[in-house]
Write a protein that binds this ligand. Structure first.
Ligand code: HEM
Length: 477
């Protein structure tokens, strides 16, 4: 078996594949960082904060040694039963932490990602059918069309170096355009795209003020820069929604089959009520921001890993050649090996690399006391490379996700999309999209890392290759 282990085996007898490839990752510190080192590293690259014990122990208690800090007790929880308790069985006791909420909701209002309690429950119930499997499958042609536009563009650059990270950002935004606003953004695409980039690069920074718990009323310098960007977004979305409402009420039966139509028509199954205008706007912005970079990073990391593995490049190209061209219905389900590469890419480089919560009241996790206000961090990145649960955790081996090996992976050891009540609502959408786009690329191109490139994972809001991913793309036919 190459995959994850269900129980706690003695981590002594791995049988690694011959010369496995272990992609770049920070070497964990021998000892946990002190407060000053921690703050400096958080600012530079959160991924470089972790110590060896995080990857070896099921739970690590960190006491931040300052009484003015918002979280005096932080538990890093990497034990499947405890993770299940936080995210599912006792989820009512754990709210999203204020730092994450501030970062997530800054400018977005309270959409599904950042809302809590009754507001969240109502929205989740209402939005669920929009992301049902059948609906997602109907989006496959739109996803393929965006993939085709990408491969067309790359053909004109045959043999050249492209920044795959920027290109994936472009194609995933195009998928969102085609699936959310299928009749267009009504604005300059480039303006929308660059507004998106500004938003992510600034609002998403967790600054020193956030770490120190300075109240949100104190303005963050970085946030000033994005005010006009946020105004631009809000105006753009409001305009699109108003246009669509007019179209839907026109009675011509001409309604675009996209997420916007579904969202505007969605009714809370318990009350029969529609979302308010503000909730619809917040959720559209939420889908764009939650679904854009995350999916782009997923395909970018998959391309990087393939660029390092001639064996898997050949396997994926062969599978794509075999399957693409047949019916689009069910295509993503037939691209089994492509999907395994994606599963492995988000294991090694989970785009959302940590999930955190704050306890409302007392509890016990893996033998440790939880008090009101304790912060619980489940570092997906650490969990996915944990010595207790994975054989050769740092090796790239997509076969962990093929056949029976995949079924043996514990639900709470592999959580790229979270788990429990707040699990990602867009996971089926993202996986289908990433699978189709990766296969379309590999069917048409060979990808090689540009010589002299040192790829390094950097964790801001999402985990991405620092400075992009320069790939030489060569058409194979
Ligand atoms: C590879 C791509 C993606 C990854 C890795 C990802 C990851 C995650 C994770 C880890 C969470 C849970 C956060 C927590 O529990 O604190 C989450 C929630 C969420 N995601 Fe995704 N996501 C992806 C794509 C998408 C897409 C495409 C959409 C929508 C179009 C989306 C919309 C959401 C929403 C709305 C939530 C909040 C759900 C709730 O709280 O009820 N995500 N995502």
């Amino acid at each position: 078996m190459h995959g994850a282990l269900k129980t706690f085996p003695p981590a002594t007898t791995p049988t690694p594949a011959p010369s496995p490839y272990r992609p770049p990752a920070p070497i964990p510190h021998a000892k946990p960082l002190g407060l000053v080192g921690l703050i400096a590293t958080l600012k530079r690259n959160t991924l470089e904060c972790f110590a060896q014990e995080h990857f070896e122990k099921p739970i690590v208690v960190t006491g931040l040694p300052h009484k003015r800090l918002p979280f005096k007790r932080v538990l890093l929880v990497h034990e499947p039963a405890a993770i299940r308790r936080v995210l599912l069985d006792n989820a009512g006791n754990y709210q999203k932490d204020p730092i994450q909420r501030r970062v997530l909701s800054a400018g977005l209002g309270d959409g599904l990602l950042s809302a809590e309690r009754e507001q969240w429950r109502t929205q989740r119930r209402t939005v669920a059918p929009v992301f049902a499997r059948k609906t997602i499958m109907d989006f496959a042609p739109a996803m393929m069309a965006a993939a085709d536009a990408l491969t067309e563009r790359w053909r004109s650059k045959d043999g050249a170096t492209v920044d795959a990270a920027a290109e994936m950002s472009r194609v995933t935004l195009e998928v969102l355009e085609r699936t959310i606003f299928s009749d267009g953004l009504g604005r300059d695409k480039e303006e929308f795209r660059s507004a998106m980039a500004t938003y992510f690069n600034t609002i998403g920074e967790v600054g020193l003020l956030d770490v120190l718990g300075v109240p949100p009323a104190v303005p963050r310098l970085s946030h000033w820069h994005v005010r006009s960007t946020l105004r631009f977004f809000a105006a753009a979305i409001d305009e699109i929604v108003a246009m669509r409402r007019r179209r839907l009420s026109g009675g011509s039966g001409d309604k675009a089959n996209d997420i916007l139509t579904l969202l505007l028509g969605a009714l809370d199954p318990e009350t029969g009520e529609q979302m308010t205008e503000a909730e619809a706007r917040s959720n559209i912005l939420t889908f764009i921001s939650a679904g854009h970079e995350t999916t782009a990073n997923t395909i970018t990391w998959s391309l990087f890993l393939l660029s390092q593995s001639p064996e898997w490049r050949a396997r994926i190209a062969a599978e794509a050649a075999r399957e693409i061209g047949g019916p689009t219905a069910g295509l993503a389900d037939r691209l089994v090996e492509t999907r395994a590469v994606i599963d492995e890419a988000v294991r090694l480089y989970p785009p959302i690399a940590a999930i955190s919560r704050v306890a409302d009241g007392p509890d016990e996790l893996a033998g440790e006391d939880v008090k009101r206000g304790t912060m619980v961090v489940i570092a997906t990145y650490v969990l996915h490379r944990h010595q207790l649960y994975w054989r050769d955790p740092n090796a790239f081996d997509p076969s962990r996700f093929l056949g029976n090996a995949k079924n043996e992976i514990d639900r709470y050891v592999y959580i790229p999309f979270g788990a429990g009540i707040r699990t990602c609502i867009g996971s089926a959408f993202a996986l289908q999209e990433a699978t189709l786009i990766l296969a379309a690329i590999m069917k048409n191109f060979d990808v090689q890392l540009a010589p002299g490139t040192a790829v390094w994972p950097q964790l801001g809001v999402t985990l991405r290759p620092a400075g992009g991913l320069p790939l030489i793309v060569t058409a194979t036919h």
